[in-house]
Design a binder for this molecule. Structure first.
Ligand SMILES: [Zn+2]
Length: 208
C-alpha cells in the first residue's frame, strides 16, 4: 500500500535490534511528516553521534573523549570495577543508582564452542595494564564485581577470571564477587528494575 521509498526506510529501521515492523513504519512516517528543521536536526545529530562517539580507552564504555564520563568522574571509586560484557550493560548496572565504582567492558564472554577465547576479550587490558597501574606504589584493595547474563559462557569466563587472579602476585589485593543471587534465573538485563539491581548488588556472592 505504501510507496516503495517508505517501505525501504521501514526495512532499514527494522535492521536495528530494538525496532520491529510497526515501530519501523511509525518512525519512517514520523520522519516523512517532520518539519524540514527537525529533519535537518535529526540528520545532523545522527552524523555527529556516529562521528564523535568512540569507546573509552580505559573501560570500553561510550565516550566522546579519551575517557568516558564515568572514568572522568572523580567521585567514583576507581578501585571498584564491575566487569560486564557489552557497553550497554553499563546502563543496566547504573539503574541501581547505588553503584559508585567504575566498569570494564569485556566485549565478549569466553565461549570455546563459539571459538571465542580470552584473547577476544579485553581481560588482558584489565589484568596486565589497568590493575597493575592501580596497584603501583599503593597498598590498596581492588574489588572486582562480575555482572554477566547467566549461561555457559558466563561460567567459563568467571572461572577463567578466578584462575588468572590466583596466578598473580597481587592476588591478595583483589576481591571478586558476582551479581547472581537476587537476579531471576533467566533474565533480560534490559528489563531489570532498580529494586532488583539493588538487591543483586547487595546480595552479591563472593568468589575470591
Ligand atoms: Zn571509561
Amino acid at each position: 500500500m505504501l510507496p516503495e521509498s517508505i517501505l525501504s526506510v521501514t526495512e532499514s529501521f527494522m535492521k536495528l535490534p530494538a525496532i520491529g515492523r510497526r515501530g519501523g513504519q511509525k518512525l519512517a512516517l514520523d520522519i516523512l511528516e517532520s518539519t524540514p528543521e527537525l529533519y535537518k536536526e535529526l540528520i545532523d545529530n545522527l552524523n555527529q553521534m556516529k562521528e564523535k562517539v568512540k569507546f573509552c580507552s580505559r573501560c570500553g564504555f561510550f565516550a566522546e573523549n579519551d575517557l568516558c564520563n564515568i572514568c572522568r568522574n572523580n567521585g567514583r571509586d576507581k578501585y571498584k570495577i564491575c566487569l560486564i560484557e557489552k557497553a550497554t550493560d553499563v546502563l543496566n548496572m547504573e539503574k541501581s543508582q547505588i553503584y559508585n565504582g567504575q566498569y570494564h567492558v569485556l566485549k565478549h564472554l569466553i565461549s570455546p564452542i563459539d571459538n571465542i577465547f580470552a584473547d577476544k576479550t579485553t581481560l588482558s587490558d584489565l589484568f596486565d595494564i589497568r590493575i597493575p597501574s592501580l596497584l603501583i606504589n599503593e597498598t590498596v584493595n581492588i574489588e572486582l564485581i562480575l555482572f554477566f547474563q547467566s549461561g555457559f559462557a558466563s561460567e567459563t569466563t568467571a572461572s577463567y577470571i578466578k584462575e588468572v587472579i590466583k596466578s598473580k602476585s597481587w592476588q591478595n589485593q583483589i576481591s571478586l564477587s558476582r551479581l547472581a543471587e537476587g537476579l531471576p534465573l533467566y533474565y533480560n538485563p534490559d528489563n531489570l528494575d532498580q529494586a532488583t539491581m539493588i538487591r543483586a548488588l547487595e546480595d552479591r556472592r563472593t568468589l575470591i
